[in-house]
Design a binder for this molecule. Structure first.
Ligand SMILES: Nc1nc2c(ncn2[C@@H]2O[C@H](COP(=O)(O)OP(=O)(O)OP(=O)(O)O)[C@@H](O)[C@H]2O)c(=O)[nH]1
Ligand SMILES: [Mg+2]
Length: 349
């Protein structure tokens, strides 16, 4: 059983501009019958540039616009006038986009930081005008340099979705059930621990056409940092999330388990695995409140969360109760923080 790896991809055909030809031209002045050469240089062909833009979350646009061509440079003109440079083509892609050569599958660029930019196809250099080719033996060169050709290639863009929110908690608390409830993902859910062996990802739609990505990680248990159960190695999947959603519930007939104690035990495991993860903001969620014995403890868990200023939600992944409030909260804080982090990207491009 595999968690489905959420990869968004597109193959595009890029072409940079050809360099403009150097100009062939001779001065014509009133009293100079045979003026010297004055052909200007050709303009530079436009580059195709890819930029990691934190405002974007999908490669979908490129599926519909697979041809991304920059413009050719213009030819040089008389009077040493250089040809205009061809307009470049800027491809804005989401942060986390990897660019491969489509033929060889070789990884060419990994745009993993906001604002990072790379030239994926360099424009051809403009040719030199005949002005450059004058010598003592050749007073009137009737030729100039042609422009360099542009580059044409097929690229495969792949976006590995980085989770915005990560679900943690003991096995069987309903992490995967929550993902299935709020996204189109349909990973395996079952009433035994460690159903989830690798993280699942789901895309959660909210508000007006927005979305965020949520991931669960295989259930954690006491001793996970030292390898107990499936261990804590999957916690790297929540390393860069904006919110860690910590799920708890009441386990009927198991008095070693209690929501607040469970919460603290798992948080301790997380801390032992990687203390830097404690800096990520938490949301405490009590799941399975469709069950009476879970609903009973809600006031107590809520009070605990309030004391610690943790946002708290009581939900049922089974019936859907409380889910909208949780999704709105996550959507709101995640989209707000995206904008703050985005900042300006390379002015002028
Ligand atoms: N009554 C009730 N049962 C639930 C709810 N959410 C999940 N369950 C059940 O709890 C069991 C465990 O659910 P999962 O979603 O597989 O739990 P998990 O946390 O992903 O478990 P692991 O992958 O093993 O860590 C399943 O039998 C679910 O049907 C809920 O809100 N109410
Ligand atoms: Mg699971």
């Amino acid at each position: 059983m595999r968690g489905y790896k959420f990869v968004d991809e597109a193959v595009i055909h890029v072409r940079s501009g050809h360099g403009g030809a150097g100009g062939v031209s001779f001065r014509r002045e009133k009293y100079v019958p045979f003026g010297g050469p004055d052909g200007g240089d050709g303009g530079q062909g436009g580059d195709v540039i890819a930029i990691a833009d934190p405002q974007l979350t999908t490669l979908l646009d490129y599926k519909y616009l697979p041809r991304q061509f920059a413009r050719d440079g213009h030819a040089g003109e008389g009077n040493r006038r250089a040809g205009r440079d061809g307009e470049g083509k800027v491809l804005r892609v989401p942060v986390g986009t990897a660019i491969f050569d489509n033929e060889t599958s070789q990884l060419l660029y990994d745009l993993d930081r906001p604002g990072l930019q790379v030239v994926v196809a360099a424009g051809g250099r403009g040719g030199k005008g005949n002005d450059h080719f004058k010598s003592s033996v050749r007073q009137s060169p009737r030729f100039a340099q042609p422009g360099e050709p542009g580059v044409e290639r097929f690229l495969r863009l792949e976006l590995k979705l980085l989770a915005d929110a990560g679900l943690i908690g003991f096995p069987n608390v309903g992490k995967t059930s929550l993902i299935a409830r709020i996204s189109a993902a349909r990973p395996k859910i079952a009433d035994y621990p460690f159903t989830t062996l690798v993280p699942n990802h789901g895309v959660v739609r909210f508000g007006d056409g927005q979305h965020f990505v949520v991931a669960d990680v295989p259930g954690l248990i006491v001793g996970a940092h030292a390898g107990a159960g499936l261990g804590s190695r999957f916690l790297r999947h929540v390393e860069r999330v904006r919110r860690i959603v910590h799920l708890v519930t009441v386990v009927a007939g198991d008095d070693t388990r209690e929501p607040i104690r469970d919460f603290e035990a798992i948080e301790e495991e997380v801390r032992l695995h990687d203390a830097s993860l404690t800096a990520t903001q938490r949301v405490l969620v009590l799941n399975q409140i469709d069950l009476d014995y879970v609903r009973e403890v809600e006031p107590r868990v809520r009070a605990y969360a309030e004391e610690r200023q943790l946002p708290f939600f009581a939900i049922s992944a089974a019936t859907g109760e409380g889910i909208d409030a949780l999704v709105s909260h996550l959507g709101e804080v995640i989209s707000k923080e995206r904008v703050v982090q985005a900042g300006p990207v390379e002015p002028g491009l």
